[in-house]
Design a protein around this ligand. Structure first.
Ligand SMILES: [Mn+2]
Length: 329
């Protein structure tokens, strides 16, 4: 390992909290992505190597495509029933407390550290290390490891690599800076294998997922004179294809990929609550979808963001369409 991505970040509060803690829990957001999982796995190895008692717990566990990463079999999921002393909980890649999906009792008595790169982060922790310059929370963990003088194993390098390819859309976003490429070179030297990792994440779709994709792309609508593209997942798509929410990952990118589209919108029903809708946005060049999502009570990055809306399908679509019109105006 060599240089940090950003040398002006003060990691001391986090390192201090880690040093003083005996029992640590690592958690990421609901419906975790490659960045949340990758950051969690890499930091887990650092902490167990340092002799800490570490647990990992995500409300929604680990999506199948990330289960190739070492230690993911250690991640607990669902509600937390165990009464045990936790000194420190580290939330990774999570912009808002509610996105952790856990009851208040889960956090009782523990210090909460919030390590994240979402500009919209609500700074909900006792310690907040929020820095939107980072392309991924996994890259923040890399800099934390350097600050802690932690060794970089093939397992942690692979986890950080997975975090970075997923959050930079395979190095296609502007966040993939020269410094990121240099860091990634070090990850590959340390044993992260680009193609096997890509095969696990991008080349292992189930047949149900492909059927979901077909059905979902069939809903495509173009609005705003070709500048916005919309796709939807309604309750019957889940029941017809047998696919689940993990299988919707990346579908919005197809909507954005249409020539002339500036904003892509993906609206999917909450499979547990049919009056609840998860809305995702992607921007292509100038549109700031982070600001767009914020006007609807959500958040995220300038190029990728989302919100959760409640109500009838017709009502929330009208609400979103108005917000997108405003962004594109
Ligand atoms: Mn992220």
């Amino acid at each position: 390992m060599s240089k940090p991505l950003f040398s002006d970040v003060d990691w001391c509060p986090v390192i201090e909290a880690i040093t003083q803690a005996e029992n640590i829990v690592l958690i990421t957001h609901c419906n975790p992505d490659g960045d949340g999982i990758g950051a969690q796995q890499a930091l887990y190895e650092v902490l167990i190597t340092a002799g800490k008692q570490v647990r990992m717990h995500n409300r929604d566990g680990v999506p199948r495509i990330y289960q190739f990463l070492q230690y993911t079999d250690q991640v607990g999921q669902g509600d937390w029933h165990e009464a045990q002393t936790v000194d420190l909980i580290i939330a990774l890649d999570c912009g808002a407390f509610g996105r952790l999906g856990m009851p208040e009792s889960f956090f009782a008595g523990a210090i909460l550290a919030n390590i994240d790169h979402h500009a919209s982060n609500k700074r909900f922790g006792d310690i907040n290390l929020v820095d939107a310059r980072y392309c991924a929370t996994g890259a923040m963990v890399y800099d934390l490891m350097l600050a802690m003088h932690a060794p970089l194993s093939a397992a942690s390098a692979s986890a950080i690599y997975a975090a970075i390819i997923t959050d930079t859309a395979s190095f296609r976003l502007a966040s993939a800076t020269p410094a990121v490429y240099r860091m990634v070179a070090i990850l590959v030297e340390a044993g992260a294998e680009p193609w096997p990792i890509s095969v696990n994440i991008y080349e292992s779709r189930s047949l149900a997922a492909m059927q979901m994709m077909t059905a979902c792309l069939g809903t495509l609508e173009i609005k705003h004179a070709g500048r916005s593209a919309w796709i939807y997942v309604t309750g019957d798509i889940y029941s017809q294809t047998g696919a689940d929410v993990e299988d919707t990952e990346g579908l919005i990118d197809y909507a954005r990929s249409i020539d002339g589209v500036e904003v892509a919108v993906f609206i999917r029903v909450d499979e547990r609550d049919n009056g609840r809708w998860k809305v995702s946005f992607r921007g292509k060049t100038w549109a700031n979808v982070g600001d767009l999502a914020a006007t609807l009570g959500g958040g995220g990055h300038a190029y990728a963001a989302g919100c959760i809306l409640q109500g009838s399908f017709e009502l929330i679509c009208a609400q979103v369409e108005q917000a997108v019109s405003h962004t594109l105006a």
